[in-house]
Design a protein around this ligand. Structure first.
Ligand code: ADP
Length: 243
């Protein structure tokens, strides 16, 4: 479903991604872990060209884009195959919960308002927000706002959902409700790539874990191998610091 070949990214002189190769299969729930600054978020944002890699090729669901200057059309086509859930939710503050979810369907997918409304209401019910559809984001808790973000991503019916530290802006008591929704969606077979610091979640919900450090993938595999029987010293140290 996703194939990354030799992805390099610099921010000025900072070489942040140093030749990443990665394959994600359909239905995979792939969790990326690693120390702060290791390049996890940059890698995730390269998958839909929110960050442009300097070098390398990205394919999502059979569509490939390469290099630093692809056409706008190619970037748009790639982006439409993905949806992203952001750390800070990125909701429209002047739109209601329902309007936030409908927006992509009406604008990008050119659905009628009534079609978009029907789909959005069903998804908001699924994430437990049926009673909040007419509220504005500011009236919701962080956990509820993130659930709107997840409903919005699902509405686009993407080939892949990319989660960028979806719980790291939340108060601790709200982390569980958001992880539970992500886990529920994961069990439905949607391909997901999740950058997170929640190691218990990775152990529970992922079928593959990738450990990044200093712009490279150091180790990857089943959560039982990577998290329980790590091979590389850097990963052992990283896991030790978390307990
Ligand atoms: P992680 O997600 O693992 O914490 P990031 O991908 O956010 O790591 O960052 C990797 C490196 O790239 C860090 O050194 C960070 O400071 C740098 N970086 C990330 N985004 C930008 C940007 N937009 N401009 C300049 N440097 C950036």
């Amino acid at each position: 479903m996703i194939e990354l070949k030799n992805i390099h990214k610099h921010f000025k002189t900072n070489h942040v991604l140093k030749g990443i190769n990665l394959e994600v299969n359909k239905g995979d729930v792939l969790v990326i872990i690693g120390p702060s600054g290791s390049g996890k978020t940059t890698l995730l944002r390269c998958i839909n060209y929110l960050e442009r890699p300097d070098e390398g090729q990205i394919s999502v669901d059979g569509f490939s884009v390469q290099g630093k200057h692809p056409s706008k059309h190619d970037i748009l086509t790639l982006r439409r195959k993905t949806a992203m859930v952001f750390q800070h939710y990125n909701l429209f503050k002047n739109k209601t919960v329902l309007e936030n979810v409908m927006e992509g369907l009406v604008v990008a997918k050119k659905m009628t308002k009534s079609e978009a409304k029907e789909i959005s209401l069903a998804l908001l019910e699924k994430v437990g927000l049926a009673e909040k559809v007419n509220d504005y984001p500011s009236q919701l808790s962080g956990g509820q706002q993130q659930r709107v973000g997840i409903a919005r991503a699902l509405a686009l019916n993407p080939s892949v959902i990319l989660f960028d530290e979806p719980t790291s802006a939340l108060d601790p008591e709200m982390v569980g409700e958001v992880l539970a929704i992500i886990k529920q969606i994961a069990s439905e077979g949607i391909t997901m790539v999740i950058v997170t610091h929640e190691i218990d979640f990775a152990r529970d919900a992922a079928n593959r874990v990738v450990f990044m450090d200093d712009g490279v993938i150091v180790e990857q595999g089943h959560p039982q191998e990577v998290l329980v029987q790590p091979k590389h010293e850097r990963l052992k140290q990283f896991l030790k610091r978390l307990v």
